[in-house]
Ligand binder design. Structure first.
Ligand SMILES: [Ca+2]
Length: 527
């Protein structure tokens, strides 16, 4: 009888018909529970290191992402979506608890997320509200009040999920090497497809349990190492990848010298972006990894249809940070420039009727908005401590701004590369605090008109014609720093940035704060 009910229930999720209702009552299942059970399901696809320039709607004509295109065609594409910290661990902490890094207190070198912070996480809030919550993939941060002996990434969180196919550390592309998904290895040897198989199992169980669900699928792809699924070796065999207008070392010379002090600079050569043939090969493999994700999303979308729950399941697609594939002569992420901090965000809500005119939005959105949106979809109150806002109102009106400005934090890697930035609808302002005469580094400001100059080819900070815009952006920056000073954590090495990022404090005092801050809280190496 369970199987019969399972099939009936699948239909009911599409449209409850009177006859079906009668049959369910006849076979003895209480319908009242089912009738209440119309809360939408939510699937959150989160990739790793996927630049915005990897899908047609964002302007790349060379890529093939048929399933993501399908989501984009029936949903809303957020063209100006930012990760408020452009590195894995910090961004994952941002999206789990809806707060900026200075409030999560979590990043590589800094430390794990404290357990009381984790209690704000969207899966916990959903679970309290009756949702079944699942997780697959790379969790990416630890939860612990013991900075020296933090547990492996996700070890604490996994006990809070009803279904766990996640893993600590970077996880592996080889399915068999990941404990929680090893059972799928024979049929799906590459993890991107195995995560779909796990998600399908979770969805079937949820439908059978009559529970609305939220599945978070945090793919490893397209993060390094470069190990795409051999099943898709032919996909980009003959594709020529065009370069962005800001490709190459020449297009990075006008940037603050601080931007060349991190590992992003040598990687332009080390990772093959500097030569034509190795550039093409790098882009083919990178996009092949994304194709594997696209295929996996297709597997899950097919199953949603089979289960009859596709019209009551909201899908969110995004990435934890962007990626420099040679832009400004850089490789990788972290720095506050567009290719690193911007990534795709697509929200597809089948309950939401839209016209073709509502296909894209230019409003500023952020990674911290994703959990707020998820809770809003589920009808669960958004915790006051969240910095993120629900993006659902934008689905109704793509011109409705969510906020006036956004902070971007960069406090990982060499001190010279640490900076704080603010973005509004038209401009980006970056403040580099670090000084070192020997290296020719002075505190520097950058101002880009990202609306008219999205590739950040002209620094307007010294341009007399943009004096008023510079003043306005400095004011926004100072306001964001005030929020940091008021609400930021005072542990894990975050205190010193109150001084370092303050534009009005002289370098001598900053140098002292930097040295003393590091003595007090030693950076954690080799996380
Ligand atoms: Ca990442």
């Amino acid at each position: 009888m369970k199987n019969i009910f399972f099939l009936l229930k699948a239909d009911r999720c599409k449209k409850v018909t009177l006859s079906l209702l009668i049959i369910i009552v006849i076979i003895g299942h209480g319908y009242s529970k089912s009738a209440e059970n119309l809360a939408p399901n939510i699937i959150f696809f989160f990739t790793d290191d996927q630049c915005y320039d990897t899908q047609k709607d964002y302007g790349n004509p060379d890529v093939k992402t048929p399933n993501i295109d399908k989501l984009a065609n029936s949903g809303l594409v957020f063209m100006r979506h930012y990760n408020t910290t452009a590195i894995c661990m910090a961004s994952r902490a941002n999206v789990m608890i809806g707060q900026y890094e200075y409030k999560t207190g979590c990043n590589f070198e800094h430390g794990p997320m404290k357990t009381e912070k984790w209690s704000d996480a969207y899966p916990l809030k959903l679970k309290e509200a009756g949702y079944r919550v699942g997780f697959a993939g790379k969790f990416g941060f630890s939860i612990s009040n013991d900075r020296e002996n933090y547990k492996k990434e996700g070890e604490v969180a996994k006990h809070d999920f009803d279904f766990w196919a996640g893993g600590p550390g970077q996880t592996y592309y080889e399915t068999a090497k990941n404990k929680s998904i090893a059972k799928y290895a024979e049929e799906y040897p590459h993890s991107s497809r195995a995560y779909a198989a796990a998600t399908i199992d979770f969805m079937r169980e949820s439908v059978e349990n009559e529970q609305p669900f939220c599945m978070s699928v945090f793919y490893k792809a397209p993060h390094r190492p470069v190990q795409p699924d051999p099943m898709f070796d032919g996909i980009y065999k003959d594709t020529y990848f065009h370069k962005l207008p800001n490709y190459g070392r020449e297009a990075g010379k006008h940037l603050a010298p601080h931007s060349r002090k991190g590992r992003q600079y040598p990687r332009f050569v080390e990772w093959g972006y500097s030569e034509e043939d190795t550039y093409q090969e790098a882009l083919r493999k990178y996009n092949q990894l994304i194709y594997g994700v696209d295929y996996s999303i297709g597997m899950i979308m097919d199953e949603l249809e089979k289960l009859g729950i596709d019209d009551n399941t909201v899908i969110i697609f995004s990435s934890d940070n962007g990626y420099f594939n040679g832009s400004h002569g850089l490789g990788s992420k972290v720095l506050p420039y567009e290719e690193s901090v911007r990534c795709p965000l697509i929200i597809t809500d089948p309950r939401h009727k839209k016209s073709d005119k509502m296909r894209k939005t230019e409003v500023l959105s952020a990674n911290v908005d994703i959990p707020a949106t998820i809770l809003n979809i589920a009808g669960v109150a958004i915790p006051a401590v969240y910095d993120g806002k629900s993006l659902l109102p934008v689905l109704d009106n793509p011109k409705k701004p969510v906020r006036a400005s956004l902070p971007i934090t960069q406090v990982w890697g060499p001190d010279a590369t640490h900076c704080f930035s603010v973005i509004n609808q038209d401009y980006k302002y970056v403040y580099w605090f670090y000084e070192d005469e020997k290296q020719g580094l002075k505190a520097t400001e950058e101002l880009f008109n990202i609306k008219d100059d999205p590739y950040e080819m002209v620094n307007l900070a010294g341009d007399a014609k943009h004096k008023s815009q510079l003043t306005r952006m400095r004011e926004l920056y100072d306001k964001q720093l005030q929020l940091w000073k008021a609400d930021g954590v005072k542990y894990n090495g975050y205190e010193k940035y109150r001084v370092l990022f303050d534009r009005s404090i002289a370098w001598e005092a900053k140098e002292k704060a930097l040295i003393e801050g590091k003595k007090k809280v030693k950076p954690i190496k080799n996380w």
